[in-house]
Ligand binder design. Structure first.
Ligand code: 3PG
Length: 305
């Protein structure tokens, strides 16, 4: 039995060791391909029973090459990089590892927020987070960690998630909201945690951003695809008080950076889950879930049911 780990962003060394141990303990073999080419992937996947990836694109062509593949585990939360319909058609189970890297992403939210409200440490006077309003868009694992940390800063926290009951949000000491318009108009800080789906792609743009209170800061550690970049550029032009931080460069990064320099910040590549801890937790969970599926058909986190 072979489990292929194919990642453009390699796991930390300790995580790779632990992944290998988990796979070997089940009597299976690990094939590790880091920063491989498309050709490397198509070749290595031919004989794999399980495949572990991060944001790496796995489409129908990859599955066509995989003669034995039964399970793909996305070591992380978002699975918009995997063609679920093709996986179902190929009889392949796709799982993610919910919660394993969420604290890392939530901490980065505040890393970027503080940098922005201290004016990118340029020596000028900034502002504090205490008693400021924060709206969390999607109250999943990352959103809940963001709420926990925000309360430590003394922020007033609210959240919008149509799939989560008000009582669940309230139980975390967070005020539930019911419409995006409310989220944007009532919060100086808005943190996005929605997945990239046909419904959410391009859904955050001019109208919503223009509703933000004075000195609004939009934080995106979700996916760049959820932003309508043209609409956001227009809003930033009309509202000189608004700032935008994103964990990954937008498609129009040059335009944003040229026109709004001090009001935007983008990580060079997606960094949210890039911590030793998140790598370890998500990587080991992915290895264990792959084994559990291959051995016992365990599919608790299957996303293409
Ligand atoms: C996720 O969806 O889990 C995060 O965006 C992290 O993605 P990564 O594993 O590619 O860093």
């Amino acid at each position: 039995m072979k489990i292929l780990v194919f990642t453009e962003k390699p796991f930390a060394a300790a995580a790779v060791k632990a992944i290998e141990n988990a796979i070997n303990a089940a009597g299976a073999d690990l094939e590790l391909v880091e920063r491989g080419t498309r050709e490397d992937l198509l070749k290595a996947v031919e004989t794999a029973d399980g495949l572990i990836v991060r944001s790496d694109k796995i489409d129908a062509e990859v599955m066509d090459h995989a003669k034995n593949l039964k399970v793909i585990v996305r070591a992380g939360a978002g699975y918009d990089n995997i063609d679920l319909a093709a996986a179902t058609a190929h009889g392949i189970c796709v799982m993610n590892t919910p919660g394993q890297n969420s604290n890392a992403v939530a901490e980065l939210v505040f890393g970027m927020v503080i940098m922005m409200c201290r004016n990118q440490y340029n020596g000028t006077s900034g502002s504090e987070l205490k008693e400021k309003t924060l709206g969390i868009y999607a109250f999943g694992q990352v959103g809940r960690n963001v709420a926990r940390i925000a309360k430590g800063f003394g922020m007033k926290v609210s959240a919008l998630d149509v799939f989560v009951k008000d009582e669940v949000i309230e139980a975390e000491g967070v005020r539930p909201l019911h419409a995006p318009e409310e989220l944007f108009s009532e919060n100086q800080y808005v943190s996005l945690h929605i997945p990239a789906t046909p419904q959410t792609r391009g859904s955050i743009g001019y109208d919503l951003v223009m509703k933000m209170p004075k000195n609004g800061v939009l934080i995106n550690t979700a996916r760049k695809e959820v932003i309508d970049e043209e609409g956001l550029i227009k809003a930033l032009r009309e509202r000189e008080d608004i700032r935008y931080v994103s964990d990954i460069k937008p498609d129009r990064a040059d335009e944003f950076e040229k026109e709004f320099a001090a009001r935007v910040f983008f990580t060079p590549k997606k960094m949210g889950a890039q911590t030793a801890e998140a790598n370890f937790n998500a990587g080991v969970a992915a290895a264990e879930q792959s084994i559990a599926y291959l051995r016992d058909g365990w599919n608790k986190y299957q996303v293409n049911k």
